[in-house]
Design a protein around this ligand. Structure first.
Ligand code: CA
Length: 241
């Protein structure tokens, strides 16, 4: 079985070595980058399962790297930060990190966070497999979904609520269809971005939030109290059929 591969981006040599040593001991395969310029090419070439990313780096900083990674691939990103204002930025989800640790941190804490993020991704994957549906996308069979007052007709690319046709933009329709096809499953923002917008999309995970808001305003009876498109804290969204 393939080992889980982690990319560690850190410019302090001692910390980088310590991280690598401990992660390898846990059975992970570890690839490293020591500055911002190396980080992206390494991530593209190695396709890691998770990235540990320092914020303060020479060259491209961790925020910038995180933003680009988010657009290109779907994987957990754990950021290492030294300052409070950096935490604010990460917590504000402006860069799309999944978790962060403030320096100095204990190795035990780091390993626990890494494990938790990997478990989260694995659970998501297993849910898809258990549901007998590969995270469904537009290639799957075309059909009409009915959820109470809501009718989604994929072949006509039309959505009705209570018999009334809703004016959805193309991306809103794609997003709604993706959610509906995977109803009952919590979908992460990065997965939604990847499946609805594609890897080449030039935007961040906030794009998902914005489109969800627009969609709720059209689809939900009461957008402030959504009954169909629910927020799953710490993950993303779930469609309840
Ligand atoms: Ca640093």
């Amino acid at each position: 079985m393939d080992k889980t591969k982690l990319l560690v981006v850190e410019d302090e040599p001692t910390l980088l070595e310590t991280l690598k040593y401990n992660l390898v001991r846990q059975g992970y395969e570890v690839v490293t980058a020591a500055d911002g310029a190396q980080a992206l090419p390494t991530a593209r070439a190695e396709r890691p399962d998770l990235v540990i990313l320092d914020v303060m780096l020479p060259g491209l900083d961790g925020f910038e790297i995180c933003r680009v990674l988010r657009q290109e691939m779907s994987l957990p990103i754990l950021m290492l930060t030294a300052r409070d204002e950096e935490v604010d930025k990460i917590v504000g989800l402006e860069v799309g990190a999944d978790d962060y640790l403030t320096k100095p941190f204990s190795m035990r804490e780091l390993l626990a966070r890494v494990k938790a993020q990997l478990r989260r991704v694995r659970i998501l994957r297993e849910e898809f497999e258990a549901s007998g549906r590969e995270p469904a996308d537009s290639e799957s069979s075309v059909s009409v979904f009915t959820f109470g007052e809501l009718v989604i007709d994929e072949s006509r690319r039309e959505v009705q609520r209570g018999g009334e046709v809703l004016a959805l933009k193309p991306k809103e329709f794609d997003l709604l269809t993706f959610l509906a096809r995977n109803r009952g499953i919590a979908l992460g923002r990065s997965l939604i971005l990847e499946r609805v917008w594609g890897w080449d999309f030039d935007g961040g995970s906030r794009t998902v939030d914005v489109h969800i808001r627009w969609l709720r305003e059209k689809v939900e009876v009461d957008p402030a109290q959504p009954a169909r498109i629910l927020t799953v804290r710490g993950i993303g969204y779930r469609f309840d059929g």
